[in-house]
Design a protein around this ligand. Structure first.
Ligand code: FAD
Length: 465
């Protein structure tokens, strides 16, 4: 059977893959493009978490992360419109180019139905908060956010699919198994069912879900692989009023602190005003995360506090390290552990009775009351407690004994590879974009990275390279 030929093959239909396709089809409608996605089409994606009737059921095929829209489909849909947030794309394209790419990607989200309001544009109120943070050894990063909301984000990505249907060919429920390379040039892709598709250009955008596969393929092809950090911490939940003066100005306050004891960086991440804490199943481990919904609110705000570590040689297994810590919480708590901060400070576990006596009603109902000091390494725990004290100086109430800590939250970063400024790997014609290649860590930079790869390919198609 002869292999089918395309001009461009895109692996993964998350934001990076979708924006590659949007850009190519807009500028070169005649190109023959194939998108290969191992998950389902968006209208067939059903994640049990979406109904909130249950917690994550750890389905064999994860509809939260896989399928049209990738991890973006059920994401909070917060577009971080700052180059300082959500990835490393500036390292490849430079600051000015990234600013302009973020603007273009944002415009596209608006075109497909993203709401027009941006929270946290720099103004006098924000500058006053930044000054207050600075006086308390914290850095408040200005980070305007367009909040699409989980439910609307799904609709936006659905419209993108409708727009691309008929313009590109789409293959669902069929993952890329291997990249075909000959004489240092890409030739195409072989899928899990053994079919071969030929193309001069292949864009790999498999997201975090496909990062292990990408790393294995990179090792097989002899690409240069770089070391990546791991972020470990807890999710904090407290009354929304405690953070209101920050979240009403910045929506998602990104605060960074360097600890006195270990000189480690601790940061807030993924702040969800009036949101909910959720459990997440990441390939055999339970971790914790947070959501906010456009049409549903709670009385609480939740956010992650993460300690970032980059190990040095000979250790090169940061993902395994993070997994072991998450597994320890799962081992002790049969899932995610929740603890009142006051119990942690007094060296005792939380029990259901103690949680019930607290002022904060947990939004994640099936976390096990327990003791995070049996789980987190001393260094991480000390860093987190120091950060809570620092935050309390600008938001009194954060370090309250009633504050809830859920553990653990872990952010694994995909392996990074040596890439050119247009995101081409060391194999000619083979590009890597989005979270899977460690280029991005969020919707907007993932989308922008798709634009970068698409533009380089278009330039070469026009030049006949
Ligand atoms: C719960 C949650 C909430 C989030 N909230 C936000 C937020 O508010 N704001 C924000 O900026 N970011 C958020 N993110 C992160 C954001 O979703 C990602 O940064 C973004 O989706 C990355 O885009 P991507 O295209 O690189 O990868 P993905 O969106 O992960 O898409 C990759 C796709 O590739 C497919 N794939 C993998 N391997 C293969 C293979 N071998 N063959 C074929 N297909 C393959 C996958 O099935 C997946 O559909 C959130 C993520 C999660 C999980």
């Amino acid at each position: 059977m002869s292999a089918e030929r395309f001009d461009v093959i895109i692996v993964g239909a998350g934001p990076a893959g979708i924006f590659t396709a949007l850009e190519l089809t807009q500028k070169h409608p005649a190109l023959r493009i194939l998108m290969i996605e191992k998950g389902r089409s968006i209208e067939e994606r059903v994640c049990p978490l979406k109904t909130k009737a249950v917690s994550c059921l750890a389905c064999p095929e994860c509809a939260l992360l896989s399928g049209w829209g990738g991890a973006g489909a059920y994401s909070d849909g917060k577009l971080s419109l700052s180059r300082f947030v959500g990835g490393n794309l500036a390292r490849y394209v430079g600051d000015a180019a990234l600013d302009s790419l973020i603007h273009e990607a944002d415009e596209t989200y608006i075109k497909f139905g993203a709401p027009g309001v941006v929270h946290g544009e720099p103004d006098d109120r924000l500058r006053a908060l930044q000054d207050m943070a600075a006086r308390n050894e914290l850095t408040l990063v200005a980070s305007p956010v367009r909040h699409i909301g989980t439910d609307v984000c799904f609709d936006v990505l659905t419209r993108m699919k409708e727009h691309l249907s008929g313009r590109v060919e789409m293959l669902f429920r069929c993952g890329a198994a291997s990249i075909i390379v000959k004489d240092g040039r890409t030739q195409g892709v072989e899928t899990c069912d053994g079919r071969r598709f030929i193309a001069d250009y292949v864009v790999l955008a498999p997201g975090r879900e496909g990062s292990r596969w990408l790393d294995d393929e990179a090792a097989r092809l002899g690409l240069t692989r770089l070391t990546n950090p791991v972020d470990i911490g807890v999710r904090v939940e407290l009354p929304a009023a405690v953070m209101e003066h920050l979240t009403s100005v910045t929506y998602e306050p990104k605060l960074i602190y360097r600890t006195r004891r270990f000189d480690d960086q601790v940061r807030t991440f993924c702040v969800n005003p009036y949101g909910e804490v959720v459990k997440e199943h990441l390939k055999d481990v339970w971790t914790v995360n947070g959501h906010s919904y456009a049409g549903r609110t709670s009385d609480n705000t939740n956010f992650a506090l993460l300690v970032s570590t980059t190990f040095t040689e000979p250790f090169d297994e940061p993902i395994q390290y993070g997994r072991h810590i998450a597994q320890l919480a799962n081992f002790l708590g049969r899932g995610v552990i929740v603890q009142r901060l006051g119990d942690l400070q007094h060296g005792r576990r939380s029990t259901q009775e103690r949680i019930d006596r607290g002022l904060v009603r947990p939004t994640l109902l099936d976390a096990t009351p327990g003791d995070l000091s049996f789980v987190l390494p001393y260094r991480h725990l000390a860093d987190i407690m120091e950060m809570l004290e620092a935050l309390d100086r600008i938001a009194p109430g954060v370090n309250s004994r009633h504050t809830l800590l859920y553990g653990v939250e872990v952010k694994f970063y995909s392996r990074q590879f040596r890439l050119s400024e247009s995101l081409e790997t060391e194999v000619a014609g083979l590009f890597a974009a989005g979270d899977g290649a460690g280029v991005s860590r969020g919707l907007i930079q993932a989308s922008a990275s798709g634009l970068v790869a698409a533009r380089e390919i278009m330039g070469r198609v026009v030049d006949g390279d």
